[in-house]
Design a protein around this ligand. Structure first.
Ligand SMILES: C[S@@+](CC[C@H](N)C(=O)[O-])C[C@H]1O[C@@H](n2cnc3c(N)ncnc32)[C@H](O)[C@@H]1O
Length: 200
């Protein structure tokens, strides 16, 4: 999977679709969660930072974690003196972080992670008391969203109630789903949600 993203990194930001998803996810997150200037935020599966750089001006810091060095190189190239996202190439499920965050955001990365209970357990351990998650991904789909194939895709989107149970079982409360965007392509229409929850 990482090879796939390393290969796609240079072209990742081109075209409208990913920019539109990031903008819609950002708007949905900011309409549901107060992002404040004392907050340290983690963007899980940040890629080239399409979401991270929208959030960075609102908060104290954004750390973008990803497994793909090439995606993170693209992110690093966007850093300026006035707007920075800290790139981190690490599997946080295997190698825990040495700091905690006020919130975790993510866009379109969860479906690439096989062990979702493990992911949410990791998220919980990365958060400060009362910390939040705000995570965007596909509603359940039929496997046709990824037009270049499903290598590294562990979930064809998510059924809300099954995901809610996983999130609650990991120790989160106030689980809420919000519609964010619909991607329309030749193979169909694919709604995207943002799920928000707080560390219980
Ligand atoms: C579909 S891309 C989304 C990138 C970015 N969030 C965006 O919206 O443009 C998924 C990203 O998640 C990363 N990823 C997948 N599994 C991961 C994991 N276990 N830990 C960190 N990053 C992961 C991939 O390397 C890839 O950059």
């Amino acid at each position: 999977m990482t090879e796939r993203f390393n290969h796609a990194a240079a072209e990742w930001d081109k075209g409208d679709t990913r920019q539109q998803i990031a903008q819609a996810v950002f708007q949905t997150i900011t309409s549901r969660v107060a992002l404040l200037n004392h907050m340290d935020i983690l963007d899980f599966g940040c890629g080239t930072g399409l979401l991270s750089f929208k959030i960075a001006p609102l908060v104290r810091s954004v750390t973008g974690v990803d497994l793909s060095e090439k995606m993170l190189e693209q992110l690093e190239a966007k850093n300026t003196d006035s707007l920075r996202v800290t790139p981190l190439c690490r599997d946080i499920m295997k190698e825990p972080l040495d700091k905690t965050f006020h919130g975790i955001v993510s866009s379109m990365a969860m479906h690439h992670v096989e062990d979702l209970p493990g992911l949410f357990k990791t998220f919980r351990s990365c958060l400060k008391k009362d910390g939040f998650v705000a995570l965007a991904d596909l509603e359940a789909e039929d496997g046709t969203f990824h037009t270049h194939g499903n290598d590294g895709v562990h979930h064809f989107g998510f059924e809300r109630e099954k995901l809610r149970t996983i999130i609650e079982d990991a120790g989160f409360g106030n689980v809420r789903f919000h519609h964010a965007h619909t991607v329309v392509q030749e193979s169909g229409a694919y709604p995207i949600f943002v799920v928000t929850a707080t560390k219980g």
